[in-house]
Design a protein around this ligand. Structure first.
Ligand code: HEM
Ligand SMILES: N=C(Nc1cccc(CNC[C@@H]2CCCN2)c1)c1cccs1
Length: 356
């Protein structure tokens, strides 16, 4: 166990310090200090610099992520000394405000204290910091079906939703000392975009909207053998995530028929490709609406070009690119991107993000 941690720590420090242009002496003296700390305490503590660069490396190694070109511009918030639910709540609110940046979204990660001797200092129960509730009613599901279980859990804690299609879920936080507590998100800190289409005025009557900032709260960040179970991170959306999945999937908001009707597209036979036409219209609407409201978003063609540039940069730097083809191809027109026509090595390298 100990030796495994030593090996992970050693390879992380070697690569991290090399990338940061540190001298062999600096690497050697840092390694001695780490080895000593591991022998004494069974673990070791990252410096702020190691934590920051380690988080950037984890993003760079995220095989399912098409957005990795900007890995080195990640903003890292060190929250390793925040241990109460109230402190964590305040830090998450500040993360959302900082990352939203009035629409010019800043990719940001907040890192809470690592797991120590099996104890978890901070636990976040949300899948994403911002997400809509889902309610089972006799007339079917209201809101996001993906949120049915978590919404019921929030209600078991005493939270009460209004019951609309787009109720903001509360933050649910627990610490080593405190049982799970829920905190309502003030509506004024959550930027949202109403979905409309310049060519199809009927679209706005569907009253569709989505939140600006996607922030994953339920993945574990691993750096040099140290595990950070609470490390919420955000970027900006690729339009297809909202237009081709969240609002389109039958098991999500299931809006393609409504979009087709609003756009005056006959829903006769499959062969009319009405569903495909509605899908493109909804994705255009998402991109137009975000852009008009000054909220960062990327279309899947531009995102693929950026990923191509990422591959070139990594090749220049002499680093192999790993990737998961099944996630990297976009759900709309995948074969129009270079990604579809390439193979990717899905090896998991460290640092990285993991499911819990
Ligand atoms: C800056 C804009 C970004 C864009 C446009 C982007 C785009 C995406 C997309 C489209 C996915 C697939 C999601 C899905 O299909 O559900 C994804 C996955 C992922 N991204 Fe990025 N990303 C961005 C930034 C980031 C950042 C800042 C991080 C972490 C620091 C990150 C880490 C990941 C990880 C770990 C996954 C896989 C998630 C999973 O396994 O469920 N991404 N990204
Ligand atoms: N644009 C984003 N999208 C994204 C990234 C990672 C994970 C997810 C959520 N993926 C899970 C959903 C639900 C099933 C399939 N997709 C979304 C970002 C979220 C956080 C940083 S970037």
């Amino acid at each position: 166990m100990m030796d495994n941690l030593k090996q992970q720590a050693r390879s992380f420090i070697e690569q991290c310090y090399h990338e940061l242009g540190k001298s062999p002496e600096a690497i050697a003296s840092r390694w001695i200090a780490i080895e000593e700390e591991i022998v004494k305490t069974g673990s070791y503590t990252h410096t702020s610099e190691e934590l920051t660069h380690g988080a950037k490396m984890a993003w760079r190694n995220a095989n399912k992520c098409i957005g990795r070109l900007f890995w080195d511009s990640l903003s890292v918030i060190d929250a390793r000394d925040h241990f109460t639910c109230e402190q964590v709540h305040q830090t998450l609110v500040e993360h959302i405000r900082f990352a939203t940046n009035d629409g010019k979204i800043k990719p940001t990660i907040t890192i809470f204290a690592p797991r120590k001797e099996g104890e978890v200092p901070v636990t976040l129960y949300n899948h994403q910091l911002i997400r809509y509730a889902g309610y089972q009613t006799e007339k079917g599901v209201i809101g996001d079906p993906h949120s049915l279980h978590f919404t019921a859990y929030c209600e078991s804690l005493g939270w009460k939703g209004v019951g609309t299609e787009f109720d903001l879920l509360p933050l649910v936080i627990a610490t080593a000392q405190e049982a799970p507590q829920w905190f309502e998100l003030a509506p004024d800190i959550v930027k949202e975009v109403r979905i409309r289409h310049a060519k199809y005025p009927g679209m706005k009557d569907l009253n569709l909207k989505w939140y600006a900032v996607p922030a994953i709260a339920d993945m574990l960040l691993e750096i040099g053998g140290i595990e950070y179970p609470a490390a919420p991170f955000n970027g900006w959306y690729m339009g297809t995530e909202i237009g081709a999945r969240n609002l389109a999937d039958e098991a999500r908001y299931n809006k393609l028929a409504a979009v087709a009707d609003a756009a005056g597209i006959e829903r006769g036979s499959n062969a009319s490709l009405w569903k495909d036409e509605a899908l493109v219209i909804l994705n255009q609407a998402v991109l137009q609406s975000f852009q008009e409201d000054g909220v960062s978003i990327v279309d899947h063609h531009t995102a693929a070009h950026q990923f191509k540039q990422f591959q070139k940069n990594e090749c220049q730097t002499g680093r192999p690119v790993t990737g998961d083809w099944t996630w990297l191809i976009p759900p709309v027109s995948p074969a129009t991107t270079h990604i579809f026509h390439e193979d990717y090595d899905n090896t998991i390298v460290s640092p990285n993000f993991h499911y819990k």
